[in-house]
Design a protein around this ligand. Structure first.
Ligand code: HEC
Length: 130
């Protein structure tokens, strides 16, 4: 690879075949990196379904011990999820209230640490807009 770079730097004419292959490879890698991002935004709905199983439809909770998420500021939601994921905030173990796993024990540290940064941000923006 190093030899190829030196060779390309020295060549003054049209881009070499190697450079073209290199450019195509970069484009392909970008595509591969962006694909999961595109898939994740479609999946936000299925993540939302998980949250709603405790936080209520649209994040408007009807449970005494589960806070509503709807209308909360996105940055506040995001910060709370980050604190849970890093175990900086105490997690009360609770159970699903609805959905296909009622009464399964779970807490917000489990929930938040299973999400990546992008998913947490998407969820924060989703519930802010409810
Ligand atoms: C098993 C039930 C359950 C599920 C599933 C669940 N939560 Fe929670 N969540 C809670 C409970 C209970 C609390 C409050 C107790 C605590 O702080 O641990 C809470 C607190 C929060 C808070 C802090 C709210 C505040 O007022 O500070 C946020 C943000 C949050 N949840 C987001 C989410 C998101 C986003 C999802 C979906 C990915 C989700 N939760 C899924 C039960 C759940």
């Amino acid at each position: 690879m190093k030899a190829a770079t030196n060779e390309n730097l020295q060549s003054t004419g049209n881009p070499s075949m190697r450079q073209q292959i290199h450019r195509n490879a970069v484009a392909l890698i970008c595509l591969l990196l962006l694909c999961p991002a595109a898939a994740a935004s479609q999946d936000v709905q299925s993540l939302v379904g998980e949250c709603e199983a405790c936080h209520g439809p649209g994040g408007a909770s009807v449970e005494d011990d589960v806070p509503s998420l709807s209308g909360m500021d996105a940055d506040t939601l995001l910060k709370a999820m980050e604190e849970f994921s890093y175990y900086e905030r105490h997690c009360t173990t609770t159970t699903y209230r609805s959905g296909d796993r009622p009464k399964t024990p779970l807490n917000m540290c489990n929930v938040a640490s299973a999400l990546n940064d992008q998913e947490r941000r998407q969820l924060a923006e989703y519930f802010e807009a409810r």
